[in-house]
Design a protein around this ligand. Sequence first.
Ligand code: FES
Ligand SMILES: [Fe+2]
Length: 359
Amino acid sequence: MNLANKRYYPPGRYPEGWYLVEIARNLPKGGLLQKEWMGRQIVAWRDAEGRICVSEAYCPHLGGHLGPDGGGCVRNGRLVCPFHGFEYDATGRCVATPNAPPPRTARLTVYETRELNGLILAWWSPVGREPQWELPEWPDKEWHRLHYGSVRLRGHPQETAENSVDIAHFRYVHGYAAVKQVGDVQVDGAYLCNRFVFRRNVKLLGLPVLTDVAATTHVWGLGYSFVEFHERVSGLKLRQWILSTPIDDTHIKLVVALQIRRWEPGQKWLATLLLRCLPANWLTRFFVSRVKHDVRQDVAIWENKRYQPLPILSRSDGEIMTYRKYCEQFYPDAEESRARVRSLKPAPIHAARGARLGA
Ligand code: FES
Ligand SMILES: [Fe+2]
């Protein structure tokens, strides 16, 4: 085997955490969808009261697939198996069958679910642990409708989330200028926060709409990052979720969802002009298109890179190793490999042999 060409990944393929299942408005009452998620088939459905159930897609009776492709459906607030008609409620319990009392042990394997800010997320643990932390609900009365884009790619959620502390790549890959970290990366359990500023030259109708930006990234695990942007020239405020979810052993789905803050009293004239004169959906879609452009640049790197457990870092790299240490907690099944990583020597800071992406 040519080891030089082997690609490496972080310690586990499916790190513990909250992962996106679907944008909430895509799952209306009575709706049912299926997907590949964390290397398995799942279904998500919503009953008439709006309760959501996310579970394994296979019926515990004789293995019928409960998703729309398999013939499953939601009827009278229950998920009905297409094979022999067993019916499940939103807790996953079998509550009826066509010809006999429901077997007491017939129960779907369900995942703990949260619906927050228009997103449906479910908890994944490789060792079957209960949720280890909660995600925040961000107030959203003052924000316009969420728009989003998605891409499927070869990659790992630890690698995509690493971008939020990888200050050097903003310059080299995305061409941002004057990128500067503000303060240290803050870590508190499953929460990581990083602040940075940068300059860009994004114009809309000849007006500078993204030129001088302050960003605050809030990370809760490897599947959920939330970034607040404040554009300091126009006064516009944006926020976006970066949601990275393993599909299978190789691929992830990356969803970027974005919102613009509504006009508020005292806002700068440029933000006022944009928010008063342009349809909010149009403006949001414009920013989503910019994000997609940036993500395409990242994808080219992610799809071809390999995980470097002991990176040779330069002074301009930001706090990559703080982030790597933070990530260890999401692999409760990988004690051995965590111990191995801990026993490795810390990455040397070496200004002359720079970062892989340049600095
Ligand atoms: S396999 Fe689902 S009811 Fe028989
Ligand atoms: Fe990036």
